[in-house]
Design a protein around this ligand. Structure first.
Ligand SMILES: [Zn+2]
Length: 457
């Protein structure tokens, strides 16, 4: 079984990456400081050439020949890879159903949400569980080049044990042989880029215990998807379940441990195994943030990404609900513990990848702030937000760094993100698949925005 798994994992990775966006022109960014996403120190005065969809040159400007195509002066600017959020749940699906049983979809809401990622420099997302009629249509439209969107990878439905965590969005499996046809249907119809499972007591937080998937069933499902060339991730929230999932063969974890401080053994295990895990601090922290600092919604990135009506509702109705909920204050208490868990694993050599568990671009920047607050150096946080996301998704051969031969997903910044991680929001322009995004044409919930860079070719 193990050998078949290894052979099949590589095959599908090169597909599904390129999309069919119009071929971009060739252009040269000169005299820019490159922070390439690998963790390497910033490289000043570099020249980067983008030809079509790919980065074809990354070299010191002194050694570069004549510029190719249009020239962009990157003096005083910083070039980082496009950010990657490997745990989102795209908005758009509605609780109401159509007569055929599928969920109604608010397409405009999904499109504005996707636009907010691009606007904020997030060029790749992994949707870790959604109604298929919402996310799979957006994935299709993105790959057909029909919409302004980050690259979308998705599980479609997730897979869980009946009655367990995430049941409402799940294919429910109670017995491998009996229910295998449901897995075949999920693979054939939804073509998951990565399978999301859940393996957790619904008792996490302060709720009563409910059913948990048996570990041998978890292992059978992981092997089955791997044998179809599909990587896997799993919702876990504590160290015990994380360890069991890792030894059941899981490829990645969809969350860090937030139930309590991790043991030294777990830190060493994560460093030895290098099982990538999504950071997802923002989802827990956002409740108390709204209650205590609702003014964050007035910052330009949120004004662009969230409609005025929704910001108003968040500041009033939603704020009052969060304030009254014990979950808000439990999460506030646990966030520093979770931050320290992540810091320890990263310091030991484990692989964290930025994930927010949310549905808008600004959340990725909040996640980076929280990671820096955790005590992780900014240069490492940029790696977590870029190359490590590609590692998590099994796409590091094509995505995640500013290196020759990779697909050109890039963010040009006006100020140095190493000085302050908030400077990752000080965006001049965003490049996806070689094409410089015109933000004035993005369907943002906050309305059309001005182009931020005037020196474009
Ligand atoms: Zn999630």
């Amino acid at each position: 079984m193990k050998r078949a798994k290894l052979l099949l994992l590589g095959a599908a990775t090169a597909l599904a990456l390129s999309g069919t966006a119009a071929r971009a022109a060739i252009y040269t960014i000169q005299h820019v400081t490159v922070i390439d996403g690998t963790g390497r120190a910033p490289q000043p005065d570099m020249t980067v050439v983008v030809d079509g969809q790919r980065i074809t040159t990354v070299t010191p400007s002194a050694a570069a020949g004549a510029p190719q195509g249009n020239v962009i002066d990157g003096t005083g600017k910083y070039l980082i890879p496009g950010l990657m959020d490997v745990h989102i749940h795209l908005r758009g699906w509605q609780p109401e159903k159509n007569p055929d049983g599928t969920h109604k979809v608010d397409r405009q809401l999904a499109l504005s949400s996707l636009a907010s990622y691009i606007y904020e420099g997030v060029t790749t997302v992994f949707d870790a569980g959604n109604q298929p009629e919402n996310i799979l249509e957006m994935r299709r439209a993105e790959r057909a080049g029909e919409i302004q969107s980050p690259r979308i990878f998705a599980t479609g439905n997730l897979v869980t044990y009946p009655g367990s965590h995430g049941d409402a969005m799940a294919v429910r499996i109670s017995d491998f042989e009996k229910d295998k046809a449901l897995l075949d249907k999920h693979i054939a119809e939804q073509k998951p880029d990565m399978l999301k499972l859940t393996y957790d007591e619904e008792g996490w937080g302060a709720r009563p215990m409910i059913t948990l998937m048996p570990t041998d069933l978890l292992q059978q499902i992981i092997e089955y998807y791997n044998e179809h060339g599909i990587r896997t991730t799993v919702h876990v929230s504590n160290e015990k379940r994380a360890i069991e999932a890792i030894y059941a063969g899981i490829d990645t974890l969809a969350h860090p441990d937030i139930q309590g401080p991790v043991s030294d053994n777990f830190v060493r295990l994560m460093a030895a195994r290098k099982t990538p895990f999504a950071t997802t601090l923002t989802i827990g922290e956002n409740y108390s943030r709204l209650v205590e600092h609702p003014e964050y919604l007035d910052r330009p990135d949120y004004v662009a990404s969230v409609s005025a009506a929704e910001r108003q509702k968040l500041k009033t109705e939603t704020l009052a609900q969060y304030k009254a909920r014990s979950w808000t204050w439990w999460m506030k208490l646990m966030t520093p513990i979770c931050e320290e868990n992540i810091r320890k694993i990263v310091a030991a050599g484990g692989v964290a990848a930025l994930g927010t568990d949310q549905s808008s671009g600004p959340a990725a920047h909040r996640e980076m702030e929280l990671l820096v607050q955790a005590g992780i150096p900014a240069l490492e946080v940029i790696k977590i937000a870029t190359l490590n996301g590609a590692v998590f998704l099994g796409k590091a051969d094509e995505l995640g760094s500013v290196e020759t031969g990779k697909l050109a997903d890039l963010v040009l910044l006006n100020s140095n993100p190493i000085d302050s991680i908030d400077n990752s929001e000080d965006i001049a322009f965003v490049v996806k698949n070689g094409a410089i995004i015109d933000e004035s044409k993005l369907p943002l919930a906050g309305g059309p925005q001005k182009r931020r860079f005037t020196g474009r070719p």
